[in-house]
Design a protein around this ligand. Structure first.
Ligand code: ADP
Ligand code: MG
Length: 249
């Protein structure tokens, strides 16, 4: 389970998250939608403490932190181990091959030996359709392939929650589709996914839950269908931008 209560985060004078409370069921796919600047990335980054809120409580897979007091290193470690993040721009290590990128974190955190980590990394690359690219360096891979390596890398640390921040926004439609297919596979396996995206087909067809943020507040938290038929003025205006989009996958 992932829950936050009354999360508040400011940058200088600007309040970016303004009392956000929500509870996500494990095994579900949650899609976070909202206009640019509404706080989507910041919220996602609070889940793994890349951003630390000023106030509120985070409960993640049995560990709980209250942001009104300073976190200890141990608390930060205990929260971070529950999730892995996939970024918009892949962020692979350019001097490492695909399989080395995937095996790196498990080797560094010392839980498995090098051989076992390498073997598991090969399996994960196979799972994302890149079994034949294990020895390739990132610059010889397409954006879609790089992002699939990044997903395999996130899976390698066996996180309870996978966090995706606009994982397809840097990709052409065809490459976007190959990444979305991997996300659909993970959703079908009942992984716990939290996905910030503008891909409305994915949101509508795959999400179990939609969160809509506006101005750092949760304006909608619930099932996809009612969201896409919402008569809320702000949500309807947001959805109008996508009305030319075909929602089929
Ligand atoms: P979204 O992902 O929905 O586009 P963000 O969470 O990235 O929104 O940003 C929300 C607001 O917070 C924006 O106005 C952004 O400029 C601001 N912001 C985000 N990160 C920082 C930062 N590190 N320093 C200052 N302002 C930031
Ligand atoms: Mg963002």
């Amino acid at each position: 389970m992932l829950s936050v209560q009354n999360l508040t985060k400011s940058f200088g004078e600007q309040t970016v998250l303004n009392g956000v409370s929500l509870e996500l069921t494990s095994g579900e796919t949650t899609v976070i939608l909202g206009p640019s600047g509404s706080g989507k990335s910041t919220l996602l980054r609070c889940f793994n403490l890349l951003e630390v809120p000023e106030a509120g409580v985070l409960d993640l897979a049995g560990d709980s932190v209250d942001f009104s007091s300073k976190l200890t290193d141990e608390q930060v470690r205990s929260i971070r181990k529950h999730s892995a993040m996939v970024f918009q721009n892949f962020n692979l290590f350019p001097h490492l091959t695909a399989v080395q990128n995937v095996a790196l974190a498990p080797v560094l955190n010392g839980k498995v030996g090098k051989g076992a980590a390498h073997q598991y990394a090969l399996e994960l690359l196979d799972k994302v359709g890149l079994g034949d690219k294990a020895s390739s360096y990132p610059d010889s891979l397409s954006g879609g392939q790089q992002q699939r390596v990044a997903i395999a890398r996130a899976l390698a640390v066996s996180p309870e929650y996978l966090l995706f921040d606009e994982p397809t926004s840097a990709l052409d439609p065809e490459l976007e589709a190959e990444v979305i297919r991997v996300l659909i596979d993970l959703a079908r396996e009942k992984r716990s996914l939290v996905v910030v995206t503008h891909n409305m087909a994915f949101a509508r067809r795959v999400a179990d839950r939609i969160i809509f943020l506006d101005g750092g507040k949760v304006l909608y938290n619930g099932a996809p269908e009612p969201f896409f038929q919402s008569t809320n003025e702000r949500i309807a205006r947001f959805l109008q931008i996508f009305e030319m989009t075909d929602y089929r996958i």
